[in-house]
Every structure is written in C-alpha cells, then in structure tokens.
Design a binder for this molecule. Structure first.
Ligand code: GLN
Length: 486
C-alpha cells in the first residue's frame, strides 16, 4: 500500500480492498512512530482525519467516488484549514486556528480526500532548509544529518518517508522544487495564477504559487486536476477552463526539443549533480528528444532581484501581524506602540525579521528607485530571456539545486550561501512560469538529485508528459529511504 500510486490507491479504495479509515489509520500509525525523529508534521488531528475518512468511505460505498476520494493528503501548514491550527511555521501563529478553508483545502475536501495533517515548513516560507521553523528543523529521511530542503521541507519528507500518499507545497522561489529534489520526490509549481492563493498565508504575493508534491508525475497530474481552477477570491487567479493534466501523459517524446541553458551548467554546480542531470538528458535523447543549447543571460541576476522583491512584498504582507486581531501578543507592554513592537519582536524569528528589514529599506523613499524599481526592470528582462528561449525549445532542463542535500546547520550562519541554493529555481518564479523537479539518481554521498523541467506558460500537461515518459524507463522515483519501517 505504502508504495502504491494514487491511481492504484484509488482503485483499491473503489474496489473496497481497503477502506479509507484503514488507510488513514495506517498513515497515522506511521506518523506516530516516525514523526518524533523526522519532524515532518507540525499538527495531526487523528479524530478529524478519521471522520473525513469515514465520510469518504460512505461516498465510496455509494459509488460516488472521485479519483482522490478517501486518499490521505498532507497539507503544508501555510494553508488555512477550518478548525485546524495553522501556524505557517511561526511562533506568531503558533496558536492560530483557522476559521475558514483555503481554496486548495476546499478543493481537496470537495474531491473527498482526507486531510492527514499539517506539515512543517520554514517560518512564513522563508528558507531553503526548513531550519527557520519555530517548530524545529525537519530531517531528511535519506540521511538524518541532512536538511530536507525548504520551505516545503515537511511535505517533501512526509512524501519520501511514506507518511502520506501525497502532499501540497508552495513555491515562491523554489520551495516545492528544491525540497522535492533534496528528498528524491516529484513536485510541480504551476504557472502563476493557476492555483488560487485564497487562504494561503502570503509571503511574496506576486511570486507565491501552490502545487502538488508526490512520488511520480502521474500522481502530480491527478493532484493538479484537483488544485487548479479559477477562483474569484484571488485577484490573480486566471479565468481559464479546467484542464485534464492526465490526458497527455502517454504521448511519445519523439521530436521534443529540450533547451539546456549554459548558465545552469557553469561554475557552482556540483560534479555529481551534473553527472546525474547529464545522464537524464542522455535518457531523453534515447526517447527521441533533441537538444538545443540556449542561454538565459539575465538569470545570474535572479537571486539578487528576488532578494529585493520578495522581502519588499513580505514586509508589506507581514505588517498585518501586529498582536491586535489574531496571532501572538506580547504578555507585557505599557502602551499600544510597545505592544506592537514587543509582539513583533517576540513573535517573528531572525530570518523573517531580516526580510522585513530589507523589504522596508528597499521600499523607503530615496532607495525605492535604486533597488525596488531597478529589480522590477530586471525581472522583466529575465522573463524576456525565457520568452526568447521558448522560440527554440519546448522545455528547458537543468539541475534543480546546485548540490545534493547539505548538512543540518551547515549554512545556518551564512544567509547568502543559503539563498544561493535556489539559484536555478528563482528565475522561474520571477517569470511566472511553471517548473518541476523529478528524481534523477543519487549523488556521491547517496543523497537524491533532482532534474528540473521548466515549461512555457500553461505547459504543465506537456511537462508532466515529459516527466512521466522518463519515469516509465527509469526507477529512481521508486526508490525509498532506508530506516522508514518498510
Ligand atoms: N528559499 C527561498 C526563500 O528563502 C524560496 C522560498 C520559497 O519558495 N517559499 O525565500
């Protein structure tokens, strides 16, 4: 059961070979056994999950099941879920119980899926290692000395360790793809505006995008079918017809043009990662693809541009946490100003404060033109690079992360080193394009390597097809970590 695809689980549930209650209990027992060591979940609520499973079993018995009915899904703790504690990895929201469902949560509920729990994450999704969480770091199930990546590190860990059937994540600069790569799973960040941000706690609104994390591209397609769709409650939600992402999975890849950006294979890329990525590309050639050398000349500016724009938006979004309406409030203060100051000083962690200060600085009078405006202009050039590239190729490929998972604590006191772990993912968010990561073997230390696939706007079905065809002829996505009780 634990290695089954979502399609297989759905069939087993519909054939009544297993009930949703049994399946949910199986995962809850695994979480009870393994979560103390891995710390993938911040909150579970077995009673609520089992009640949902019971309702799903009734739908299954009545023949009213949809593809994901009865399947236990882990939700990143950035999504508000009614009645569930929703912390966003922060002390600021450590006791916040959401009074409503995010769009993503509602979509899964409507599909009859079971909410298995809320996964750990970097505080307010700021980080690449899951070490900024107020609830402690998550361990990489492949090697517990290593980080799982971030910010959706709990989700990636839970999928890899078979602590859920699949999970949700969010990706502002790489937070689905990088942890997927570091934990040896598959993840896709769709085109900006494809999945509603309603009820998803905001970090940098022009970049934030939710997406699924699972073991295979086939599973991602089923999850994306549930997550996408127009939502009038998010002003950047795109009014498009719903797509079936499963439809193209089995198309042959003969004639596919793969662009390889020379900037993604330059200095800074670990040899073992380059080796795995090149081997994957050789596999694609066997499948009939042709290779095109391309260039994304402005991509070298993506990290500095992102670290102006994302903190600017974050400083504005996080101004709502003032201790007044909800969230943490300092226990002692003498007046209103001191209440604000102390609540924010005590409620936010160091990385969040760093971003708020940078953001406030770059937006302030006298610096706005020099930093914020300049960064917006370069963002436009980065998007233009991709537009030029997609005249020559159908998808772009490269590494997801410059190295395999680094050790816990290794980059803790060097924010710039930490920021550079998203060097290949961030430009995709700045352009609003879809990007995914799939397992592509293992590095010299035995830790997983991810292959990144970048598509043009709305090319998710093609990307999933490209990923699925590779997964049909390779097996790294089937490999499971040791010591997870399988
Ligand atoms: N690691 C990047 C950051 O720290 C991206 C995070 C994300 O995608 N949420 O901002």
């Amino acid at each position: 059961m634990l290695n089954s695809s979502l399609q297989q689980l759905g069939s087993a549930l519909r054939a009544r070979k297993i009930s949703s209650v049994e399946l949910t209990q199986l995962y809850l027992d695994r979480i009870a056994a393994l979560n103390p060591a891995l710390n993938a979940y911040v909150t579970t609520n077995g009673g609520t999950s089992l009640a949902q499973a019971c309702a799903a079993d009734a739908l299954l018995a009545a023949g009213k099941a949809q593809p994901l009915t009865g399947i236990p899904i882990a939700q990143k703790d950035i999504f508000c879920a009614k009645g569930w504690r929703t912390t966003c990895g922060s002390k600021m929201l450590a006791n916040f119980v959401a009074p409503y469902d995010a769009h993503v949560i509602a979509q899964f509920n409507n599909a009859g899926a079971v909410n298995l729990g809320k996964t750990n994450m970097d505080e307010f999704a700021m980080g690449s290692s899951n070490e900024t969480s107020y609830f402690g770091a998550v361990k990489n199930p492949w090697d517990r000395n290593a980080v799982p990546g971030g910010s959706s590190g709990g989700a990636a860990c839970a999928v890899a360790a078979r602590l859920c059937a699949a999970a949700t994540g969010t990706d502002t600069g790489g937070s689905i793809r990088q942890p997927a790569a570091l934990c040896g799973i598959s993840g896709i960040k769709p085109t900006y505006g494809t999945v509603s941000r309603y009820g998803m706690i905001a970090f940098a609104s022009s970049l934030d995008q939710a997406g699924p994390m699972a073991r295979s591209a086939e599973d991602l397609a089923l999850l994306l079918n549930v997550m996408t769709g127009f939502d009038p409650r998010d002003s950047t939600s795109l009014p498009r017809d719903k797509e079936d992402y499963v439809r193209d999975l089995n198309k042959p890849l003969v004639g596919l043009r793969i662009g390889l950006p020379k900037e993604f294979f330059a200095e800074g890329l670990a040899q073992d990662v380059a080796g795995c990525v090149n081997a994957a590309i050789a596999e694609y050639k066997k499948l009939g693809a042709t290779i095109v050398d391309i260039s994304l000349p402005n991509s070298r500016l993506a990290v500095p541009v992102y670290y102006v724009l994302a903190p600017a938006e974050a400083s504005s979004n996080l101004s709502r946490y003032d201790g007044v309406r909800y969230g943490y409030r300092a226990p002692e203060y003498s007046d209103l100003t001191e209440m604000y100051e102390k609540s924010r000083a005590q409620g936010f962690g160091a990385e969040v404060k760093r971003r708020i200060m940078i953001g406030t600085y770059v937006l302030s009078h006298g610096y706005y033109d020099a930093y914020y405006l300049q960064a917006q202009k370069i963002r436009r050039l980065i998007a233009q690079d991709f537009a030029d590239a997609f005249k020559q190729c159908d998808v772009i490929m490269g590494p997801t992360s410059p190295s395999t998972a680094f050790n816990l604590g290794e980059k803790g006191d060097d924010p710039v080193q930490m920021y550079l772990s998203d060097i290949y993912t961030i430009a995709v968010n700045l352009a609003g394009l879809p990007g995914m990561s799939i397992p592509a073997g293992f590095g010299s230390n035995g830790r997983p390597v991810g292959l990144q696939i970048i598509g043009n706007y709305f090319a998710e079905a093609l990307m999933l097809n490209v990923a699925h065809q590779y997964q049909l002829v390779t097996d790294s996505h089937h490999r499971a970590p040791q010591n997870i009780g399988l």
